[in-house]
Design a protein around this ligand. Sequence first.
Ligand code: FNR
Length: 366
Amino acid sequence: MLFEPLQIRGLSISNRAWMPPMCMYSADPAPGRAGFPTDFHVAHYAARAAGGAGLVTVEATGVSPEGRISPYDLGLWDDAQISSFARLTAGIRAGGAVPAIQLAHAGRKAATDKPWLGGGSVSETDLGWLPIGPSPLAFPGLPVPAELSRDEISAVVAQFAAAARRADAAGFDVVEIHAAHGYLLHSFLSPISNKRADEYGGSLENRARIVLEVAGAVRAVWPESKPLFMRVSATDWIEENPHDSRDAWTVEQTTQLARWVAELGVDLIHVSSGGVDQVPVPNDVDYQTRLAAEIKRDANVLVGAVGRITTPQQAERLLAEGEADAIYVGREMLRTPSWANDAAIELGARPRFIEQYAYTQPSARA
Ligand code: FNR
């Protein structure tokens, strides 16, 4: 099943072995170049496409300069950036994959350094900026964010829509809205980080309001024939911790959110978890894929599973048992760009570019 095509709206995706968004922290932060993809990004994404992935998701891309996780992130806040992103979509398409992009706002977790340099806050006097959030509550170790006004919330919603329009112009076939990992949209969803008393805080409906507004605004400008995905954190992992009784974001609330955004035209929920606070996360291999299965069953939506999926057999089992509709392979595709082609050979399916890569090895022919 991993190499069965998947049709969503007007798009046919050749297989279900997909690459999730993963920041490379490799853009040039200099004014005038910030946010632009480089030759490295073109090579990096094209390699995973040629390696057989059905869909390749370009990393978290800021809808505004302040929406970047780090000064080294990609961004699509300016029409001048479109042509550089068109180089990414051309490379991914030439590699045989569907080009997707994750549109993101980092919120209170913005303005941090490259993770291999410690990932700490980057000060305003250096390359950083003051982060924003639903409430003036800091993520551990980061500065207190400025609380967004209602007008500023509307501006962020418009920034997501404008970035989606640019993603279409750059040739992307799928947009994924980043509503996970404690970044801006998830920080509104979670009572851990959202203490607002207006219509954007309090009840589930209120905490979800900005996410529904973003989904509606993006769907309104994103072509009808093109799929729209949303990445969610299915739980804050607070409920699962017997020593932590804080009110938090849960899988039941995620399921309700999935139903709401599906009505607004979101086609697939990409199920991740955590990120709003530093809390222990289970370390069993299906810690996260079981959340995908739960949301698929209860919300009756297309679901992408991710997290610690490393072998073709594991991916195949998740699909065969109806736990997911697509499989995202993250770190393993960083290590092995040809993960999907290798999986195809192992499962007896036909790999991509069989002539170019395998004619000298007849045993690898499918
Ligand atoms: C990530 N992840 C991530 N998630 C996301 O939604 N947007 C992003 O830009 C990034 N960036 C990122 C960079 C790097 C270097 C890693 C390793 C991870 C999370 C990623 O998409 C995925 O969910 C996790 O890596 C878990 O899947 P694997 O690696 O266990 O297959």
